[in-house]
Design a protein around this ligand. Sequence first.
Ligand SMILES: [Zn+2]
Ligand SMILES: [Zn+2]
Ligand SMILES: [Zn+2]
Length: 138
Amino acid sequence: MTSPTSHSLRAAGLRVTPQRRSILEVMEATDRPLTVEEIRARMADPQPGLPTIYRNLEHFVQQGWAESLLGHDQAMRFVRCRSEGHHHHIQCETCGRTVEVGCCGLESVLGELQTASGFQINRHQLQLFGTCGNCIQE
Ligand SMILES: [Zn+2]
Ligand SMILES: [Zn+2]
Ligand SMILES: [Zn+2]
């Protein structure tokens, strides 16, 4: 049996190492973004060094499998991307839960910015913060 994780690793031409699978599994098991230290702490022994995890996360971000989010404490955390299409992550400031939102509506605004700046805009990042439904009810 091939897990979806090892399938996506192979499809991207990345060798499936237990380490890479383990990093993705740690991120898939939670809906909270994790720092590299937190990812390492949740990995089974033998835990790889932090630079190794960073390097793998960089690959994952390039592949669109993960995104780095900057918290209001200025710490960089990583979250697993579950959809392949264009999306952004919205994070609850109360509980830390993060969900993906499938559209941002920025495309037409970016078109105007492109004309005004003379730049070709290749990509954009958007971090959304709010209060999730569970936390609003409490
Ligand atoms: Zn994402
Ligand atoms: Zn919440
Ligand atoms: Zn967008």
